[in-house]
Every structure is written in structure tokens, then in C-alpha cells.
Design a protein around this ligand. Sequence first.
Ligand code: AMP
Ligand code: GLY
Length: 426
Amino acid sequence: MNVLLIGSGAREHALAWKLAQSPKLGKLFAAPGNPGIARHARIVDIDPADHRGTVDFCLKNSVELIVIGPEAPLVDGLADNLRTMGFCVFGPNRIPAQLEGSKGFTKDLCARHNIPTARYVRVSDLAAAEAALGDFGLPVVIKADGLAAGKGVIIAETAEEAQWALDMMFEGGFGGAGAEVVIEQFLTGEEASFFAITDGTTVLPFGSAQDHKRVGDGDTGPNTGGMGAYSPASILTPELEARVMDEIIRPTIRAMAEDGTPYSGVLYAGLMLTAEGPGLIEYNARFGDPECQVLMMRLESDLLEIMYAIARGRLGEIATPRFSNETALTIVMAANGYPGTPEKGGRIAGIDSAEATGATVFQAGTSGLGDELVACGGRVLSVTAKGKDVRDARQAAYAAVEAIDFPTGFFRHDIGWREVERLGAS
Ligand code: AMP
Ligand code: GLY
């Protein structure tokens, strides 16, 4: 079967790496891709924002399945247009992708179906926002409704900060994404990521992970797309996972189906494990990056078979996906300046030596310059390893990082610290 993979991050490199292991794979094409993805796929010059061009490419090249990695093309309705033309697609249509594309959409759905989440209000002008603020105390969470590349959430510790956040959003600080705002109650607890796959009817758990969103060691500094992750996250015990499936995931998938807009693909729940139980912080309509890298490292089943079954509405007909009991851990190497303006053009060497240690290096913001590899984005590499527990996986991943020569890059030194502490305490 020929497959087209959309995206250019380390998440998509991990998907390409795993798809390439399937005996059912014919040709794998990727757009826009990156030099790491090019090790497993033919990079093709199509623009995923050009839906007609993408459809034409798939027709000409006998592509049967299109895998959409990032959120923007999903929210933009690429899956709808491909499905209309008869293609199998992994990833939800435009309306179900609103679970990620509009925070207000998700909060309203939670309210209608009693899904545990922070108390909230949706507002579309400054006066209404200021009037509502008093109901929430401090800190208060202020979110741009739409997609804002992971930057649209502000946790205001003081009334002044809350005022600043509201002014900024309504003045267009996040463009159209902030035309509407969600104000919500601040939840306390530990965060974890949980993944479920669904074809709209059958729903299966697909693993847990923990991300490290802050740029600096000890969870300090500004938020990023994620500086490292590990899987599984033992804090999500089997009992808690069952609650998440029953109280959060299944009611959501059922509601989307009842509304005539079934959700198909992977649903990524960002959770807060509060004293009262798990609460939904946000949904994403795709795999997480870097969480995908650690999930793919642990997945033992055939990813292509799973994605194809989901795309055809036949998830119930295949064997339940199997994951290794080992822990996988990934360390993101980013270019100096990230998450602000990353330094471009820095040389990267030593990927082969890093992989010789047994690790796998997934590429994100890299580009080829003659025989050399150089940085061209914020997050550049995702160095991933497995071990019998988090301590082992962490040691293996850091050993591989040491083999990489990337003088204009940096990484966190404490990926997995929560899990290592838990292991120490057990
Ligand atoms: P999001 O983009 O929705 O994942 O939010 C980014 C981060 O803001 C989350 O990972 C949490 O750390 C934090 N956050 C979002 N909503 C809340 C909330 N209601 N209470 C506490 N922290 C939150
Ligand atoms: N790692 C967080 C995300 O992919 O949204």
C-alpha cells in the first residue's frame, strides 16, 4: 500500500520510521518532510495547504492512505477533502478537529456531557471578560480560543497579569485565535498525556506519556512545544486510565458520533491529575510531539495496519495494539534561542555515532547543506532510547546525546525526573 505522510517534525519522522517497518508498506511519500524522514520516504514537492494539489498527487501515485501528522491541516479540512475523493485518511475531519481547534468548543462539549474539566466561561469582548474575571480567583487561566502554536495559554498570578493577557488577546496578540477567549479555573496536580485511537465507534487506549513543556532544567523558563518525554507515565495507573477512558474519552467520542461528526484518528488528552480525579486540560487531534516518538519506540504492533483499520472504520476487527513493557525516553535538542528566535545554520554531526549506541535519533528542524546537516528550526533532534525502566532509558538517551556534536544547540538535563523520583521512592 502506498502512503502519503503529511508533516515535517520529529513526530512525523517517528511515524515514518514505524510505518517503514510494516510489511504492508509499498511506497512512502512525505510532504514537506525533512532529511530524517527522507531516510524512509520519498520527499515530494506538494503543499498540504493546496488540497487539490494533494488530491492530484494521491491519484497519480496510487496513494491509498494519507496520514496527517500536525493539527493545522486537520483544522483546515484537508481530511474532509481527501475523504470526499475516496481516500483513506488517518486524522479527523475539520469539525471533529475542533476538539483541538477551539478550546470553547471542547469546554462546551465537556459541560454538556459532564466530562470533568476546569470551570470556565467563554467571552468575546473585553468588557465581558473583565466582568467574569472576579468569579475565578487567582491564579486564573486565560486561553486564546483558536490554534496559537502552543502559546495561547497564560496563567495569570495577579489581577494585573490577567488584565494584560486579556488586553493583549483582544488587541490581536494571537491574531484571529484570540478573537474569542476562555477564562478558566486553575487546577492543581500533576500533568500527564493520554492517547486513545478511534474510528468513531471503537475506542482503544494507546498509551500514556509525560512531556516537559518548560525550556529549562527544573521546569523553569518559558513554555515550549516540549523538550522531552517518556512513556509510560506510571502516575497514570491502570485504575486511573480506566477512569480517563470512562469519564473523559468515551463520552467525548460518543458525543461526536451523536452529533453527526464522528471523530477518527488519535485523540490526545492533556490531563491534570487533581485530588478529585483526572480532569481534562485540553484535547489535541493528533499525536503529541515529542510524545509520539516514545510511543512509536514502544509500539510492537504494525502501525500501518492500525492506521488503515482506523481510516476504514474497522478498528474493531484488528488485534489490540501491543506495547513493550519497557520505558522509552526522548531528549529534544533545540537550537540556541528557542523558544524565541532559534539560531539557524548550526552544524550537526554524530547522528550515526549516537545511533551506534542503540538509540534512535528523530529529526525535526534539520536541513541538508551539501554533505552536512544543519539546524533550520527550534526543535532540531529528538534523541530516543528504551530501557527496562526510566533510569535505564534515561541513561541510554543521554549517552546518545553525548555522541552528538551540535555546538549551537542545547537540551534539558533532567528529562524524566518525576518518574525517576517515583522509582526511587518505590
Ligand atoms: P494547553 O495549551 O491547554 O495545554 O495549556 C498549556 C499548559 O497550561 C498546560 O500544559 C498546563 O500546564 C497549563 N494549564 C492549562 N489549563 C490549565 C488549568 N485549567 N489549570 C492549571 N494549568 C493549566
Ligand atoms: N508536546 C505537546 C504537544 O504536542 O502538544
